[in-house]
Write a protein of this length. Structure first.
Lengths: 115, 587
């Protein structure tokens, strides 16, 4: 399913923050995780992922480092303290929205899915 | 050496970026995508290197994960869009000083654009003077029928007797302190003065004829407007044909200046003062000869000359009128003191009536001064009220008319004024505001001028305070500087008028005392006894508003005031005041 741009604009960055909650990841890793864990729903154009990461970095929500170990040089991204706080806040908001949407019959609650 | 190192560093970065791509081992299509994206980002070299390495890693990871090149390129998306988004995002990560610099640069660009736009708009504006203030100034003169105008007579007298270079010094005696007084019968110069007046008897008659006319009829204008005949009267034969004509290539600003009200010439005033001097000298001669009728005729002509001088409603004209009247009044005072028997009772009554008739000539008028400002405003501002480049240049030309400036400085000032026009527009008041401010100043001046002089002395001058306030504030001065520059200092004119009125009133009282004495063979005990038979009302001391003082000294009446200090000094005068009285030559 293709998600409208306005929805993606809000969901995409939060999804990335959520994925980084587990630990640092590099660019392509994030691309794969987004596609895999969301069944392709949040599979954004890959050219938009990197700008998104740079924007999150500019806002201080993520930090990056270059790791030259391994087969190639990769830039890894991790959540900052500020990013964690933002994630908590966003989670609360999304849960509230989800609850409301369910109450009006727009969604159904699924187990083990929505964070 | 350092330049080579710098260039080397930049090309090293480019090489590094390209090297990364070349050494990445990516298929050419993927490498091409990376190269296109990075090139289009137009980022700093270090940023480009970071992006290059990250995108290389992205494609390499994708290939390693089993995706095909085509799929990776397809999933990556539009390289141009990617470059745009990456550039925008990367710039957000730049240091705070860069962002500050960026904002300031944008602000500066906006300001420059606005400034230039404003400059262009202002440069298109042009003053379009629509009111002919010169015609308004000449309205009274133009209303005088030609057969009733005095000017043609004065002019022919001036031409015949070369009044432009007329020397009245034979009429005066120079004292040891270099002051001049009109020759008296006991002066050695007296006979020379008599002979001089005899030689100019016809001129004196012509002045009488002219002064008897109801109006002057002299039309004021610029140098190029002066007729050939008038030019002959003002400048003599040598200068009569020299006419300052407008140059072919004169700028619009020059044209504005050369046609302005401020450039109008009044060369007739000097001539008329000389004529008045002749009248005064003739009065003295008539008094010595005991010719009362001639004294009355001379005084009538002096009043006529004063009335003609005032035909154009400018303060300078009023002041020349004051000067002429003062000359006549002082001579009447001298006659009262030394030769009062030269007039009989009927003639003194005639003189008294003449002096009573000059009330309208003892008022200062400001409408001409207002016209100076209004004319200036219509030459500085466009009809919609905006300041103009031509208008600013006109003000500069005005400055050159009044104060000589170096031509090169003027050119520089003109240029800087044009470029600075938007600043002037922002800071300087518009036409309406300027006129309102000026009118307020003139209203304050006019309001003060009609108050009794003693009241003016006891109150601070609101008009002076107004100008001082403007000048003390930097913003006020800059915003209204034409008002500050063109607002005439008119408070002193009230003092001049008050002196004239005081002199006239004193002479009136002195005449009344003389008439009283002639009828009753004695002087009154108090001035109140003169009213109403010899004086309609008792004048006051214009310095204090209180009654004039009077006492007898050696059998002669002395009339005096309290002076500015308000004390009754018994009529004692300072040496300075006495010397001023002794000097007859008009200043």
């Amino acid at each position: 399913m293709r998600i409208e741009r306005e929805l993606m604009r809000g969901a995409g960055p939060i999804a990335v923050l959520k994925l980084l909650e587990r630990g640092e990841m590099y660019g392509y890793e994030l691309v794969e995780a987004l596609a895999r864990q969301t069944d392709g729903v949040l599979a954004m154009g890959q050219s938009t992922l990197y700008p998104m990461l740079y924007n999150l970095e500019a806002k201080g929500l993520v930090a990056s480092r270059v790791n030259d170990d391994g087969p190639r040089s990769r830039r890894y991204y991790r959540l900052t303290t500020k990013g964690k706080r933002r994630l908590v806040h966003a989670t609360q908001q999304w849960q509230a929205v989800s609850k409301v949407m369910h109450s009006i019959g727009l969604t159904t609650l699924q187990s083990g899915g929505v964070a | 050496m350092s330049e080579n190192i710098k260039a080397g560093a930049v090309s090293h970065r480019r090489l590094t970026t390209q090297m990364h791509i070349d050494q990445s081992g990516l298929p050419s299509q993927a490498a091409d995508v990376v190269q296109r994206v990075v090139r289009r980002t137009r980022l700093w070299p270090r940023e480009r290197e970071d992006v290059t390495r990250e995108l290389i890693a992205h494609f390499a990871d994708g290939l390693e994960a089993g995706a095909s090149v085509d799929q990776l390129i397809r999933d990556f998306g539009d390289p141009e869009k990617a470059a745009r988004l990456i550039r925008r995002a990367k710039k957000r990560n730049r240091p705070w000083w860069w962002h500050t610099q960026e904002r300031l640069g944008q602000l500066l660009l906006v300001l420059v654009a606005v400034y230039l736009g404003l400059w262009v708009w202002l440069m298109t504006g042009k003053p379009q003077p629509s009111v002919d203030y010169i015609a308004q100034l000449n309205a009274a003169a133009m209303a005088v029928p030609s057969d009733q105008a005095a000017w043609p007579i004065y002019r022919e007298a001036a031409i015949a007797y070369k009044l432009n270079q007329f020397d009245t010094s034979p009429l005066y005696v120079k004292e040891a302190d270099k002051r001049l007084h009109l020759a008296r019968p006991d002066d050695s110069q007296w006979s020379a003065m008599v002979a001089y007046l005899d030689r100019h008897a016809e001129l004196i008659d012509m002045i009488h004829q002219g002064a008897a006319r109801p109006g002057l009829g002299f039309i004021a204008g610029h140098d190029m407007d002066i007729t050939q005949r008038d030019r002959l009267a003002f400048y003599g034969e040598e200068q009569a044909t020299v006419i300052e004509q407008p140059t072919e290539d004169r700028s619009y600003a020059q044209q504005l200046a050369e046609e302005s009200l401020i450039g109008v010439l009044l060369p007739h005033l000097g001539m008329m003062r000389k004529m008045a001097e002749l009248m005064v000298a003739d009065m003295r001669l008539a008094a010595v000869a005991g010719d009362g009728a001639r004294i009355v005729k001379d005084m009538e002509s002096i009043i006529g000359l004063a009335r003609h001088a005032r035909e154009i409603p400018l303060v300078v004209n009023d002041l020349v009128g004051v000067s002429i009247l003062s000359m006549g009044l002082r001579e009447v005072s001298d006659i009262l003191h030394h030769r009062k028997q030269s007039l009989d009772v009927a003639q003194w009554i005639q003189i008294a009536h003449l002096l009573a008739s000059i009330d309208p000539l003892m008022q200062v008028r400001f409408e001409g001064e207002r016209m100076f400002m209004y004319d200036t405003l219509q030459r500085v501002y466009a009809p919609n009220g905006q300041i103009t480049s031509e208008g600013m240049k006109y003000l500069l030309h005005l400055d050159q008319l009044i104060v000589t400036t170096n031509h090169n400085d003027a050119s520089y000032q003109q240029l800087s004024m044009s470029m600075g026009l938007p600043l002037v527009y922002i800071v300087m008041a518009d036409r309406g505001q300027m006129q309102t401010k000026y009118d307020h100043y003139m209203d304050l001046t006019a309001k003060r001028a009609v108050k009794p002089f003693w009241q003016q002395l006891s109150e601070p001058s609101e008009s002076k305070l107004f100008v001082d306030q403007l000048m003390s504030s930097n913003l006020g001065f800059v915003r209204y500087w034409p008002v500050v520059v063109l607002a005439p200092a008119l408070d002193g004119v009230s003092g001049t008028m008050a002196n004239l009125i005081a002199l006239r009133d004193a002479v009136q009282v002195a005449i009344a005392l003389e008439l009283y004495q002639r009828e009753l063979k004695q002087y009154p005990d108090t001035l109140g006894q003169l009213v109403p038979r010899y004086l309609p009302t008792m004048p006051v001391d214009h310095s204090t508003g209180k009654e004039l003082l009077y006492r007898m000294v050696d059998g002669q009446p002395m009339l005096y005031g309290r002076g500015l200090d308000g004390d009754d000094d018994g009529g004692l005068m300072s040496k300075k005041a006495l010397r001023a009285l002794a000097s007859d030559k008009p200043g």
